[in-house]
Design a protein around this ligand. Structure first.
Ligand code: NAP
Length: 247
C-alpha cells in the first residue's frame, strides 16, 4: 500500500499505460481521478478495485489540449478531492511522417497534446502542491525524446521538451517538497504501437538489449515508485524504461 489515502490525477487514464498506472495506484490504496476524451471500459473495474482498497475512482471528460476546458476540469478535481498528491501527465499521441511531408497541423497537435498540456495541468496542480508543501509530478516522456527517431520529429521534439520542462519545474518547486520526474519508456505494447507489423517489430527488438517489447505494467511500476515515498529524495530525473535501449 505505497499510496495509502493519497489522491492521484492521471491524464489519458482510460487505456494503455494510463490504465496500468490507474490500476497500480488503486491497488496501492490511492484514489484516482483520470481525465480522458472518453471513459473507455475501465471505470467499473477501477471502482471495484478502489472499493477493495479503500479509495475511489472518478472519471472526468476533458481534452488536455484545450486550455480553458482542462483548467476548469483540473480546478473541479482540486475542489472535489481537497488536493492532489500525485499528478501523472500521461496523455499523448503520435502523428508520424518524414519532416518534409509533415503538415503544420500534425506538428502542432503533437506538441500541444504531448507538451503544452503538461504546462496547463502542472500550472494549476503545482500551485496547490506548493501550498501543501508536498506532491509528486511524473511526466511520461519517451526514449525517442532522448535519442530521436526518423519519422517522429514532432513526437521526439514534444518528448524532449517534456524532459526540459520536468527538470526546470523540478528546480522551481524542490524547496517546497514537490518532486518532479519523468519516465522515458522505449517500445511498449499498447494501441500506440499496435500498428507495427511483424517485420518492424523484429527490427525494433534487435535494438533492444533485453530483446523484447515492454508491457504497460512495467512502466506503471516505475511510476508507482516515483509517486511514492520510496522516491522521497528523487527529483529532476528521467528514468529510462527501455529494456536497455539507448543506455
Ligand atoms: P494510448 O494507448 O494511445 O493511450 C493514450 C491515452 O491518452 C488514451 O486514453 C487517449 O484517449 C488519451 N488521449 C489522447 N489524446 C488526448 C487528449 N487530447 N486529451 C485527453 N486524453 C487524450 O498510448 P500509450 O502507449 O498508453 O501512451 C501513453 C503515454 O506513454 C503517451 O504519452 C506516450 O507518448 C507515452 N509513450 C508510449 C510508448 C509506447 O511504446 N506505447 C513509448 C514511450 C512513451 P483516447 O483513447 O480517447 O484516444
Amino acid at each position: 500500500m505505497l499510496l495509502n489515502g493519497q489522491k492521484a490525477l492521471i491524464t489519458g487514464g482510460s487505456r494503455g499505460i494510463g490504465r496500468e498506472i490507474a490500476l497500480q495506484f488503486l491497488k496501492n490504496g490511492a484514489s484516482v481521478y483520470y481525465i480522458d476524451l472518453a471513459p473507455g471500459d475501465s471505470l467499473e473495474e477501477y471502482q471495484r478495485i478502489a472499493a477493495e482498497n479503500g479509495g475511489t475512482a472518478v472519471y472526468k471528460e476533458g481534452n488536455v489540449a484545450d486550455e480553458q476546458t482542462i483548467t476548469a476540469v483540473v480546478e473541479e478535481i482540486l475542489e472535489q478531492s481537497g488536493g492532489i498528491d500525485v499528478l501523472v501527465n500521461n496523455a499523448g499521441i503520435t502523428r508520424d511522417g518524414l519532416v518534409f511531408r509533415m503538415t503544420a497541423q500534425d506538428w502542432n497537435d503533437v506538441l500541444t497534446i504531448n507538451l503544452t498540456s503538461a504546462f496547463y495541468i502542472s500550472k494549476a496542480i503545482s500551485r496547490s502542491m506548493i501550498k501543501r508543501r508536498s506532491g509528486s509530478i511524473i511526466n511520461v516522456a519517451s526514449i525517442v525524446g532522448v535519442i530521436g527517431n526518423a519519422g517522429q520529429t514532432n513526437y521526439s521534439a514534444s518528448k524532449a521538451g517534456l524532459i526540459g520542462f520536468t527538470k526546470s519545474l523540478a528546480r522551481e518547486v524542490a524547496g517546497r517538497n514537490v518532486r518532479v520526474n519523468a519516465v522515458a519508456p522505449g517500445f511498449i505494447n499498447t494501441k500506440m504501437t499496435e500498428k507495427l507489423n511483424d517485420e518492424q517489430r523484429d527490427v525494433l527488438r534487435a535494438q533492444i538489449p533485453m530483446n523484447r517489447i515492454g508491457d504497460p505494467e512495467e512502466v506503471a511500476k516505475v511510476i508507482l515508485f516515483l509517486a511514492s515515498d520510496l522516491a522521497s529524495y528523487v527529483t529532476g530525473q528521467v528514468i529510462h524504461i527501455t529494456g536497455g535501449m539507448g543506455m
